[in-house]
Design a protein around this ligand. Structure first.
Ligand code: SAH
Length: 244
């Protein structure tokens, strides 16, 4: 069943507009009576049926609230060093499928890509759309937010997670698994992953000073996109959110 995020509080009747309305009406050609899933902006998911549809607006009648949550027990914020080309698109899409709750693209010292001003804002808009599509497809109950591009300093100032992990390729003492097992009541976690060029010493020091633990993802050097997704998957596996 197709799932749509409707930016309105939950109500018995809701109206889907914009791109989604056009998609339902002209691409999917859904008729009156077709069932869809909706998620309201106050986080209620429900099965609904199309009551009326045109290109600009689709009115649905909600039939049944879906009680089961599709969200993981641990809320991961992925702070990802800007990676080249379409790699960020890939990381965002897959991270959302896995269950990551928020993504912070970071302009890091060793990022090959430079994104500023308008160009950065346009990219974030595009990444937000990718996140929404992935959230629909994977039946998330939220659309993970893609934050504006920021430096490590800004990201650390904005993030209040008690548990912060920075995946560092030169770390040889603390492994991800041990770091996770040391946490009591893990509810939220900040996961920092470097760009292709790696994490600069000054960035590592800032993260450590902010309370982050440097963790190893094993003895092989993973590419940025592999590291982000493997680390997220391993955390969800450990917390039982990946088929526990
Ligand atoms: N340019 C670096 C590798 C960067 S890999 C080099 O050639 O040495 C990109 C990012 O993935 C790293 O900054 C780190 O955050 C993460 N990463 C990759 N492999 C890792 C590992 N074995 N342990 C911890 N982090 C790793």
């Amino acid at each position: 069943m197709h799932r749509f995020f409707v930016p309105q509080p939950y109500g018995e009747t809701m109206t889907i507009t914009g791109v989604d309305a056009r998609h339902i009406y002209t691409v999917l050609r859904m008729q009156t009576g077709t069932k869809v899933q909706i998620v309201s902006d106050d986080g209620v998911s429900a099965v609904a049926e199309i009551a009326e549809a045109n290109e600009n607006a689709v009115t649905v009648r909600c039939l049944e609230v879906i009680a089961e949550s599709h969200e993981p027990a641990v809320r991961i914020t992925l702070a990802q060093g800007l990676a080249k080309g379409e790699k960020m698109d890939f990381i965002i899409q897959k991270a959302v499928e896995l269950g990551v709750s928020e993504i912070v693209p970071m302009a890091m010292e060793h990022s090959v890509v430079r994104l500023e001003g308008d160009k950065a804002a346009k990219k974030v808009e595009r990444w937000q759309k990718i996140a929404e599509a992935a959230a629909k497809q994977s039946k998330r109950d939220i659309v993970p937010k893609v934050q504006p591009v920021q430096t490590v300093t800004q990201m650390l100032a904005n993030n209040l997670c008690e548990c912060k992990l920075i995946a560092y390729e030169c770390e040889d003492k603390l492994g991800l698994k041990t770091a996770l097992q040391r946490q009591t009541e893990l509810r939220e976690l900040l996961l920092i992953i470097g760009p292709e060029g790696g994490i600069a010493e000054s960035e590592l020091q800032q993260a450590l000073a902010a309370g982050a633990l440097g963790v190893s993802l094993g003895k092989r050097i993973l590419r940025a996109e592999t590291a982000a997704l493997v680390a997220a998957a391993a955390i969800f596996y450990e917390t039982g959110d990946l088929g526990g």
